[in-house]
Design a protein around this ligand. Structure first.
Ligand code: IMP
Ligand code: MG
Length: 174
């Protein structure tokens, strides 16, 4: 069965916005190296598109996490499936995520990663659903799009592991 998907943000809109965010990062870091941490799997498309547009020196690392808890509700306790390869000590870190929903995953992740003594640590997300936020302390420095409380797919985001490869962001219609 194929699901009906309504386009929320076209590929052109997403890419234009990533250009803007990349320019901001290039300005803010002004030639200083940034260490991008891609949160797998959802963050992978956004990380690549962002990294291609950065003119500051870039290094990349990957982390895969899953939240303990039943069904669709994340508990806030994060299990590390794949840890980083490199230490963070002294680095200017930017965590790159697909979407921030309740904020539970990132609140927990930020706590763990801050203990590894990066020089700085910021968050960059493709999408933000602020209406759903439970962890209000999560501060996002770079947000491409703020969206309403709808379940979205594409550009790395999945529905049951499907649709990550869509070049746009869409809503699965019931
Ligand atoms: P939270 O912020 O801890 O609630 O969880 C964020 C994670 O939930 C994201 O990294 C996604 O994997 C997943 N998620 C939340 N909303 C959506 C959505 O609309 N589509 C696809 N995945 C989502
Ligand atoms: Mg995710």
């Amino acid at each position: 069965m194929t699901d009906k998907i309504r386009v929320l943000l076209t590929e052109e809109e997403v890419n234009a916005r990533i250009n803007e965010i990349a320019s901001k990062i290039n300005e803010d870091y002004a030639g200083r190296p940034v260490h991008l941490i891609c949160i797998l799997k959802g963050g992978v498309f956004f990380t690549c598109e962002l990294a291609k547009r950065l003119t500051v020196p870039v290094s990349l690392d990957f982390m895969s996490v899953s939240s303990y808890g039943s069904g669709t509700k994340s508990s806030g306790v994060v299990k590390i499936i794949k840890d980083l390869d490199e230490p963070l000590e002294g680095k200017e870190v930017i965590i790159v995520e697909d979407i921030i929903d309740s904020g539970r995953t990132l609140a927990y992740l930020m706590e763990i990663l801050k203990q590894r003594n990066p020089r700085s640590i910021e968050l960059c997300t493709l999408l933000d659903k602020p209406e759903r936020r439970v962890k209000k302390q999560v501060q996002v420095k770079y947000t491409c799009f703020t969206i309403p409380d709808e379940f979205v797919v594409g550009y790395g985001l999945d529905y049951d592991q499907k649709y990550r490869n869509l070049p746009y962001i869409g809503v699965v219609e019931q």
